[in-house]
Design a protein. Structure first.
Length: 409
């Protein structure tokens, strides 16, 4: 029985499985040497108008392979260069989908929920996202399974930071499961809308992000399944506790220090390999800092009209004036958050290296007592301003929102 399970695990972790999926999506690789002639785009024979049309939609990329490297004592060899042919529409679609798991998405989507949709929904989504991402990042550090070897997989996403991080579980799969499915669950209980349409949107979002990681060759099938499983577990445990969490945030005088203590404990117990530096712990500190900023803003601000309103609300098509105000709030809010990130990063890198011990680490960004406080402070300020300061600015500008598409004040 154990041998059979190991076979299943090995199969799901296989980079050859990733490669077969990429080839099914139209990815074609040619390993190039100095003696090979370059293949021209669309040079393959076409048997008919459909094949000819598909050949015209292909694009060509040159990529570096991520093999194990030269063996000790061998003469150095030039790095392999892979010429990769992809179907342009498929490639663009999955590259856009994978961006839904990176910082630009976090720093725009969650504030947009606060500013234009529902603060109750946004606060819970941020905190559940933080919890699931922490479990996922810590699992990476504990399991330490590497990303699929390339070759045989084709690393379409050329990011040097990926090679310093482990692969299991996929945090893209985690965020694409936690956020949309929690939003669907909460909206179903607060709003009157077509559940079938909502479910269709969520499934497309979820599947697109998960499959994009296979297409780009940065995760195995098991990485994706592990991320989905972690998200479902976190949602099952945390959703019943959201109302208790709100009561603690709004009613306890110890809410602010207790939240900070939890952040410190979580970072202290985070598994770290002293011989292998990666961005995982810094990214985790940024996520925790962002969540604590939202948490602290909720403590300071107290219950918002969104928290006090009781649904279900009927969802209607917004008027042009509502859309226009939403766009203005989004632009003003982003213009507030971008300087926040710049100023806090500048201050942290001026002050922290001067007062914190180096512990023998030359690179400033790799010093734990610089990297972690910088991430917590900077992203904590972003989270705080996204919820608290932004509404003050909106009020001053006369564009404050305590009214959503339901028309309820």
């Amino acid at each position: 029985m154990a041998n059979q399970q190991n076979k299943y695990i090995a199969y799901l972790r296989s980079p050859h499985l990733v490669r077969r999926f990429q080839e099914a999506c139209g990815v074609k690789e040619i390993r190039k040497t100095h003696s090979e002639a370059k293949l021209k785009l669309g040079s393959a024979s076409s048997d008919g108008p459909v094949d000819w049309l598909i050949s015209k939609t292909k694009i060509r990329r040159q990529l570096k392979s991520h093999s194990a490297g030269n063996s000790p004592g061998s003469s150095p060899e030039p790095p392999d260069v892979i010429e990769c042919e992809c179907i342009s529409l498929v490639d663009v679609y999955f590259r856009i989908a994978t961006e839904l798991g990176y910082e630009p998405f976090y720093i725009t989507f969650f504030p947009a929920l606060f500013w234009n949709v529902d603060s109750y929904l946004a606060r819970h989504a941020v905190l559940l996202w933080c919890l699931s991402m922490y479990v996922g990042q810590a699992s990476k550090a504990l399991v330490r399974w590497k990303r699929p070897a390339a070759p045989p997989a084709i690393r379409l996403e050329q990011n040097s930071n990926l090679e310093t991080e482990f692969g299991f579980p996929s945090t893209h799969a985690i965020v694409s499961t936690t956020v949309p499915f929690y939003c669907l669950y909460t909206c179903f209980n607060r709003y009157e809308f077509s559940f079938a349409i909502g479910l269709m949107i969520v499934v497309i979002w979820w599947m697109s992000v998960c499959v994009s990681r296979l297409y780009l060759g940065v995760h195995t099938v098991l990485d994706i399944l592990g991320g989905i499983a972690i998200s479902l577990l976190v949602l099952a445990v945390a959703i019943p506790c959201t109302n208790l969490m709100d009561q603690f945030i709004f009613n306890s005088s110890m809410a602010a220090p207790a939240g900070l203590l939890v952040i410190i404990i979580l970072l202290y117990i985070y598994p770290v390999d002293p011989h292998h530096w990666s961005m995982d712990r810094g990214d985790t500190a940024a996520i925790l800092g962002c969540a604590y900023g939202v948490y602290l803003a909720s403590v300071v601000q107290g219950p918002s009209p969104d928290d006090l309103a009781h649904g279900p609300f009927k969802v209607t098509i917004p008027s042009l004036s509502v859309v226009g105000l939403g766009v203005v709030r989004f632009v003003v809010g982003i213009l507030l958050l971008l300087p926040t990130r710049f100023v806090m990063k500048l201050l942290c890198f001026r002050l922290l290296p001067a007062i914190m011990p180096t512990h023998g680490v030359e690179e400033v960004v790799k010093r734990p007592l610089v990297e972690l406080p910088y991430k917590i402070i900077t992203y904590g300020a972003i989270g705080f301003n996204a919820l608290y300061l932004s509404h003050i600015v909106f009020h001053i500008c006369g564009i404050n929102r305590w009214e959503d598409f339901t028309g309820q004040q």
